[in-house]
Design a protein around this ligand. Structure first.
Ligand SMILES: C[C@H](N)C(=O)N[C@@H](CCCCN)C(=O)O
Length: 621
């Protein structure tokens, strides 16, 4: 098959063979990313010993960074290296970052006294932060390149195949995410180590590191089959310069003696091409609509932080299997894989049959509302947890009944929490004699221990001490998190999947990457908002924080629906074609007056989003 640029590629069932490597690469990369992310907040809490707030803050800073770097990746690819080389180089950086994370989680490296806990925490913190920085650079940098590189492989006659490719691509993202969020928590729950056995975070990070290497190798293997478009120049830079010129030119001509122009971007006409200005106007219209969107991601990305921490205080026993708190995140990709086909083939067509025009912006509004609902569910679950644990401060309530006829001093080592199980070691001492025993506690439980009169201190007392459970461990079941996962995922399908398509369809041909980067930027800002709100609000009860986030999103949802109401859909290809036709007409010596008139009309169409002009394709909201 020869594509639009004359590139001859092998085909299988009408698809370029090269996309097979791209799809497998995406699957492995998303496995690597989501697998590492699934256990990250627990690594912070239980390995680095950070509190919930610090763990949540660093988690969201990392996610935010992952969605800031796509701009960098897009600039490097478009203006310098091209997509292929950018993907290769940044994947290497990414894999190094994953390896650094795996090494940072080996407790034996600094466990000099061999008691099972690292002795030089600074080493682990610094290495893991360097690792996370490299991962953010890699994953974010390649994000806008891989999907676009896949799209480049298709010829103009393969529109249908290209659309299928994007659907398969999204399913691969969720397939990789699903598998990894099942596997890495299992690996993390294993015991491993050289001097002492501890929870195996190094393996949980090591496997994603290996998958990233596989992703890179698969991508390189396909090298000979790819169509590699040359870098088109820094369009992002051109856009910024053009906007900058329009602003400064407007400022220079601020005096009343100069006639005003219809749109402030028209002040760039003195230097820049009219087509570029028209394209920038289209982009700005969409970017303006993006302003409220970060709030959705603020709530959405708390699945991996607050919701996972919430799951650690719940009972994960599902009878045949015990679900780890971080494994609850798998509910999201499972639901995505089921909901996307159901929505596309049943719900949306049904709504259409009912005569309702469920436009992309309406879907996104409903998606926001569902995410707010998810947080109301999370708040209800949190209240349930708080009530069940009201009287439980596990250690204060642990007591000893001494059956010996001499005083016994009881002390304890640091409590080491293994998620839903807490292990504590007690030291009994009387005079020079002492003994120790360890017990596992269900999270939130409380015990009374009996010291028998026959106990011989100085020997092993592990077996001799008996205990009675006064307060049962966590009783609120993790299954109660399913409704909140259902609503947030239904919200994701309506908001994220639709938003991606909306960003693509409303972007001028040469600025699709700019809008994709803008779309990803909303994710980054959303994650920064988590930090700001959590820090400013500092609410004492977790459920009130959930209610606060739900209320904020609800307000934003109302604002967005008003903005969306005034948005008019456009067809960028048609607008661009008209501008180009006009240049052609110019060459044919067309009547200058007539040409100017047409240009003015097109500009007005764009500025006012006049409905009739784009053959009824446009719809409000
Ligand atoms: C796994 C998740 N359901 C998903 O599809 N993620 C997408 C979009 C992420 C948007 C911001 N968190 C992905 O590309 O990973």
């Amino acid at each position: 098959m020869v594509n639009k640029s004359g590139f001859n590629s092998k085909e299988v069932c009408g698809y370029p063979l090269s996309i097979f490597f791209i799809v497998v690469n995406e699957f492995c990369e998303r496995f690597s990313y989501y697998g590492m992310r699934a256990v990250l907040v627990l690594y912070f809490k239980y390995f680095l010993r950070w509190d919930d707030d610090l763990a949540t803050s660093i988690y969201h800073t990392f996610v935010a960074l992952c969605y800031l770097t796509p701009i960098l990746g897009a600039i490097v690819a478009d203006s310098w290296l091209g997509k292929f080389k950018t993907i290769i180089y940044l994947s290497i950086v990414y894999a190094i970052g994953q390896v650094a994370m795996a090494v940072s989680a080996i407790h034996d490296i600094t466990d000099t006294d061999r008691d099972g806990t690292p002795n030089n925490m600074t080493f682990h913190v610094v290495l893991s932060m360097v690792g996370l920085f490299l991962i953010a650079l890699g994953t974010g940098g390649i994000k806008p390149c891989v999907a676009a590189f896949g799209g480049d492989q298709f010829g103009d006659h393969q529109e249908r195949q290209r659309r299928t490719f994007f659907s398969v691509f999204y399913l691969c993202i969720n397939g990789g995410s699903l598998l990894s969020t099942i596997i890495t928590p299992i690996l993390r729950a294993q015991n491993c180590g050289i001097y002492s056995k501890q929870k195996c975070y190094s393996l949980a990070f090591g496997v994603p590191a290996a998958l990233m290497v596989v992703a890179l190798v698969v991508f390189i293997v396909g090298s000979g089959m790819y169509y590699k478009a040359k870098p088109e120049g820094n369009i992002m830079g051109d856009v910024c310069k053009c906007i900058g010129f329009a602003i400064s030119n407007r400022y220079k001509h601020r005096s009343k003696q100069y006639p005003s122009r219809e749109h402030w971007m028209d002040w760039a006409e003195d230097k820049y091409d009219k087509l570029l200005i028209a394209q920038i106007k289209m982009v700005l219209k969409v970017l303006f609509l993006y302003i409220p969107l970060p709030m959705f991601w603020t709530l959405f990305d708390q699945k991996g932080s607050r919701w996972t921490l919430q799951a650690t205080t719940m009972d994960g026993n599902f009878g045949a299997i015990v679900i780890q708190p971080d494994q609850m995140q798998t509910v999201n990709p499972i639901l995505i894989l089921t909901l996307v086909p159901i929505m596309d083939s049943v719900i949306y067509p049904l709504i259409k049959k009912c005569g309702l025009n469920f436009t992309p912006l309406k879907r996104m509004t409903v998606g926001m509302f569902l995410a707010a609902l998810a947080f109301v569910c999370a708040a209800v679950v949190q209240i349930e947890i708080d009530v069940s644990r009201k009287h439980l401060t596990y250690f204060n309530l642990t007591q000893f009944v001494n059956g010996m006829n001499k005083p016994v001093n009881v002390s304890t080592s640091e409590i080491f929490p293994f998620l839903i199980i807490i292990r504590a070691t007690f030291f009994l001492q009387s005079g020079q004699l002492s003994c120790a025993f360890s017990r596992d506690f269900g999270f939130g439980s409380s015990y009374t221990f009996f010291i028998p009169s026959t106990l011989s201190l100085g020997s092993n007392c592990q077996e001799s001490i008996t205990g009675a459970e006064d307060i049962k461990p966590n009783s609120v079941h993790m299954a109660l998190q399913v409704p909140q996962y259902f609503f947030i995922t239904a919200g994701e399908v309506m908001f994220s999947v639709t938003g991606l398509e909306f960003s693509y369809s409303q972007a001028p041909s040469n600025m699709k990457a700019v809008l994709q980067a803008g779309w990803l930027l909303t994710v980054a800002i959303g994650n920064f908002i988590v930090l700001i709100v959590a820090e400013v609000a500092k609410l004492p009860k977790q459920w009130t924080e959930y209610v606060l986030f739900a209320s904020l999103l609800l307000c934003v949802c109302i604002i967005f629906s008003i903005m969306a109401y005034f948005y008019t859909y456009i067809d960028p290809t048609e607008i661009e074609a008209k501008f180009r036709r006009n240049v052609g007409d110019d060459d044919d010596d067309k009547n200058d007056k007539q040409r100017k008139l047409e240009m003015e009309m097109m500009k007005r169409d764009l500025d006012r989003s006049d409905d009739e002009h784009y053959k009824g394709k446009q719809t409000k909201m």
